[in-house]
Design a protein around this ligand. Structure first.
Ligand code: SAM
Length: 227
């Protein structure tokens, strides 16, 4: 497809959606346009996120007998990666078109792909997953809903469970109100830790391809209650 820069186009759709007081409607529009060959999904890497893969390999992660929730799963690459490590994986996205596209991309998948809104997650996801993967979704939502989004993500981590977060890091030059994305400050990353969900490691990693860009990779753990 030749046409506008994919990131510019996504930002234009987002601006239209936000001006109609709809923080998430533009994702469906973008994925639907991409289905028609009229747009490119800028974050479609055709592979799981490198920072998640590195983390999982370094940790020797084995998901057999464990559950995972992948938030804002897009076209399914991260969900398939964690499923491949043995996790019984649920993956959801606010865009029904993205969910259909992920199922089509991975027809033999055992991942349960669902359409759902992070800002309105089902009650039966509260504190149940052994691994929760949040990569680039909170940063794709405006700061007006950040507290809610962070709390919803954190709330799905079960006792003994792990949360891994990947997000763009806010730079001094960034205008906090100009997005998407709306990169996160260190304090915002730390705010995933509430109650018995505690930080294990928070790293600011330089992007090998874009040396000026830093991303957060943050791991949290929820202790099991003591009896
Ligand atoms: C920047 S993309 C990242 C996609 C994927 N996590 C990745 O790293 O490739 C953000 C994704 O989150 C989804 N999303 C945005 N807001 C959401 C919400 N409120 N609930 C669920 N998914 C959401 C979008 O549709 C999109 O697929």
């Amino acid at each position: 497809m030749t046409g506008p820069d994919p990131e510019e186009h996504a930002r234009r759709l987002a601006a239209e959606s936000l001006s109609a007081d709809d923080p998430t409607g533009w994702f469906e529009r973008l994925y639907a346009e991409a289905e028609q060959g009229e747009a490119v999904v800028p974050w479609d890497r055709g592979a799981p996120h490198r920072m998640l893969v590195e983390w999982a390999r370094a940790a020797g992660l084995d998901g057999h007998g464990r559950t995972a929730l992948v938030i804002g799963s897009g076209l399914g690459e991260d969900a398939e990666f964690f499923s491949g490590l043995g996790f019984r994986t649920v993956a959801f996205d606010v865009s029904a078109t993205a969910v259909r596209a992920a199922r089509r991309r991975f027809p033999d998948s055992t991942v349960r792909y669902l359409t759902a809104d992070l800002l309105d997650t089902p009650d039966d996801w509260e504190k149940v997953f052994d691994l929760v993967v949040e990569s680039l979704t909170v940063q794709a939502l405006p700061r007006s809903v950040r507290l809610e989004a962070v709390a919803r993500v954190a709330g799905t981590v079960g006792p003994g469970g792990t949360l891994i977060v990947v997000a763009a890091a806010r730079d001094k030059r960034d205008d906090p109100d100009q997005g998407p994305p709306w990169p996160l400050t260190r304090a915002e990353v730390e705010s995933f830790a509430t109650g018995d969900l505690r930080p294990v490691r928070i790293e600011a990693v330089r992007d090998a391809q874009q040396p000026g860009v830093r991303r957060w990779r943050a791991q949290f753990h929820r202790d099991r209650p003591r009896h």
